[in-house]
Design a protein around this ligand. Structure first.
Ligand code: CU
Length: 187
């Protein structure tokens, strides 16, 4: 290759590299912009902490025994929903929470990875056996939502869902008594 030829091919190569550099930079900028947009606009955020639990003894003792599931007003006044996912249902099957109140969810799985989303709200989480998933959400509108499992968890996955009812705050508080768990499961 002649001296001039080498210079030309070097120039072509560095122009191509610069082009790819710009494309990659634009992709990174677009991804970061998406993260900022979803974080600010949808208030979605990465998990902030790790809390583990033994999935083999969930039903025997501790926070996630059946009698402790559902919605409770804690001693400090916080509203907490505790739930367990299993193949192929949620416990409780119907959850009730007050509107316009921060509601903290605490959930886990007894078997495989599940998850749930409350209707079209941003209350959305994965439930992983061995870990306690927790987040806080506020529901502005009253009404009933479907709460499907959104992680494929086996052959019965499509039938795995619960109901989620948001009721006016005074109505909820009138029903909530200290230490009692509320659900909307019909008995
Ligand atoms: Cu599931």
């Amino acid at each position: 290759m002649s001296e001039t030829g080498r210079h030309v091919s070097e120039a072509v190569a560095s122009a191509a590299e610069r082009r790819w550099g710009i494309v990659v930079a634009l992709i990174i900028v677009a991804l970061v912009a998406m993260m900022i947009f979803t974080g600010v606009h949808w208030a979605s955020m990465p998990p902030s902490r790790v809390e583990t639990i033994d999935p083999r003894t969930l039903h025997i003792s501790g926070e996630f025994v059946e009698s402790n599931l559902g919605t409770a007003v804690e001693a400090d006044g916080k509203v907490v929903v505790r739930l367990v996912a299993q193949q192929y249902s949620f416990e409780p099957q119907c959850m009730v929470v007050p509107a316009d109140t921060p509601v903290t969810f605490r959930g886990t799985s007894t078997d495989v990875i599940h998850g749930f989303v409350v209707g079209t709200t941003n209350a959305n989480v994965m439930l992983i056996p061995g870990y306690v998933a927790t987040f806080t959400a506020t529901f502005r509108k009253t009404g009933e939502h479907l709460m499907p499992c959104h992680e494929y968890c086996g052959t019965g996955h499509a039938a795995m869902w619960a109901r989620f009812r948001v009721v006016p705050q005074p109505e909820f508080m009138a029903k909530a008594r200290k230490g009692e768990r509320l659900t909307c499961v019909s008995r």
